[in-house]
Design a protein around this ligand. Structure first.
Ligand SMILES: Cc1ncc(COP(=O)(O)O)c(C=O)c1O
Length: 454
């Protein structure tokens, strides 16, 4: 930190340094005899991070694109109508007439301000409690607690469950919110390669040896559905491991809640091990097409979490339209199973159709549909550009370092509002782009690189 006292030790000022490369003027950049104090502003602008490094070629097109119009299978991007495969609106609830009406009526009646304050202080309502009751019952758990944004909720669930004596064992492909929760953990943590239960067992043995000395416990964290690859966490295998090792299992089922299992209760239900999931987490941001999330578990655990999750204790309660809207969504999910059936019809048609054409979809067992192609960043950007500009298909791409170097992942998210015609059109379009990729069209400059236009 720069202090008045410290400044008396400066022997040199070099305010012009930062101006040279056209970035922030380096107002603080002065040298001690052998210490340089960098201007934080200058540093963040010069090092934009793993995604930000591509901002200059991708801003507004690959990053922060604006999709306009009603949320549906067709939306407008840069003035052109696109077939959209990029929204986690799995059940099509974003524009379900009953849901829209419930959202609007709740906003009309309560506004967005109510209730004021955090749950613990002044933000408690009977609607929040009712929704928690409905969610707990749906998930076959004793109790549940609402979270404002799943991301912050997950960070605090982890933070509240463990202390420095405890060890966390987690899957290598865990979502960023789990990793941020781990960052707060000052005890040991061990990672196992994605879904490798043999290795997980090794980590459990290491964890056991540590907690035998610290007197702590073990928390295992996995996802139900992995949002990039679409494969499922091996909940059954992990629950089986509980017979040999003493640990508690926390499952982030962001993509599984509402889409997986007979009733939509998620991946635990799908694998028939929901009772073995000690702490279940779901978000409203995907199948529910809303905002907020919840955690469900035994009554006394949920009670303890409510008193300890800092991101919830020190943040405002979910606004009433979100809560009443979520109650309506739960009613629709439970009473209109045809929405989930329709989702799976589209999923099966899309995934079977792509597989029949020889596409590699990895090991997806959920609606998340990754199409793996070979190529680098240049090819990936040109494929996405070609899809958007020439085929009017909007989907997202993932490249190294999220996937190995040389692999392109184009991710498609089917929903209940897609049609069989959308599926057929997309399979044909993907067959054509694969042909162009194989013919080198995306690397020989035949298809213009959008970067040239930006
Ligand atoms: C696996 C997973 N966990 C947690 C979250 C965070 O949920 P929310 O959007 O409610 O903050 C997401 C959302 O992207 C997710 O995919």
């Amino acid at each position: 930190m720069l202090t008045q006292d410290a400044s008396t030790y400066f022997i040199m000022f070099s305010q012009d340094e930062g101006k040279k490369n056209g970035s922030f003027a380096s107002q603080f950049k002065r040298s001690f005899i052998n210490i340089i104090i960098v201007d934080i502003f200058e540093k963040v602008v010069n090092n934009m991070g793993p995604l930000g490094q591509y901002a200059s070629i991708g801003q507004g097109y690959y990053f922060f694109p604006k999709l306009e119009g009603e949320i549906s299978n067709r939306m407008v991007f840069q003035g052109k109508e696109m077939l959209v495969w990029s929204l986690n609106n799995y059940l099509g609830l974003a524009n379900h007439p009953e849901v829209r009406q419930a959202d609007a009526e709740a906003a009309q009646k309560f506004g967005m301000a109510y209730p004021m304050g955090a749950r613990m202080m002044s933000g408690q309502t009977v609607y929040h409690e009712e929704l928690e009751h409905v969610l707990a019952k749906f998930e076959r758990k004793e109790s549940s607690y609402l979270l404002n944004y799943g991301y912050m909720g997950m960070v605090s669930i982890i933070d509240s469950l463990v202390d420095r004596h405890d060890v966390i064992v987690y899957d290598s492909e865990a979502h960023a919110c789990i990793l941020d929760g781990l960052r707060l953990h000052i005890g040991k943590r061990f990672v196992y390669p994605h879904n490798d239960l043999e290795n997980c067992e090794k980590q459990l043995k290491r964890a056991q040896a540590i907690v035998a000395k610290t007197g702590g416990g073990i928390l295992v964290i996995t996802e139900g559905v992995y949002g990039m690859s679409g494969d499922l966490g091996n909940l059954k295998g992990l629950v089986e491991l509980k017979k040999k090792y003493d640990f508690r299992l926390l499952v982030d089922d962001a993509h599984g809640f509402g889409t997986m299992g007979r009733t939509g209760a998620g991946t635990g239900e799908e694998q028939e091990v929901q009772d073995g999931v000690d702490v279940y987490f779901g978000t409203f941001a995907k199948a529910m097409a809303g905002i907020g999330a919840f955690v469900a578990s035994k009554k006394e655990i949920v009670h303890a979490l409510a008193y300890n999750m800092r991101s919830q204790i020190f943040a405002k309660s979910l606004p009433m339209p979100m809560v009443i809207g979520a109650l309506k969504r739960m009613e629709v999910i439970q009473n209109q199973p045809e929405l989930k059936n329709k989702l799976w019809e589209v999923v099966n048609a899309l995934q079977n159709g792509l597989r029949e054409k020889g596409f590699n979809l990895g090991n997806t067992q959920s609606p998340v549909t990754p199409v793996f192609l070979q190529g680098g960043l240049a090819e990936a950007t040109q494929i996405v550009h070609d899809l958007r500009e020439n085929y009017r298909i909007f989907c997202s791409m993932v490249v190294y370092p999220v996937v190995p170097r040389g692999v392109i992942l184009i991710r498609l998210i089917p929903t209940a509002v897609h049609t069989m015609e959308d599926v057929r059109y997309t399979i044909d379009a993907f067959s054509e782009i694969r042909q162009k990729l194989n013919d080198g069209k995306y690397s020989d400059g035949t298809i213009p690189d959008v970067a040239d236009k930006l």
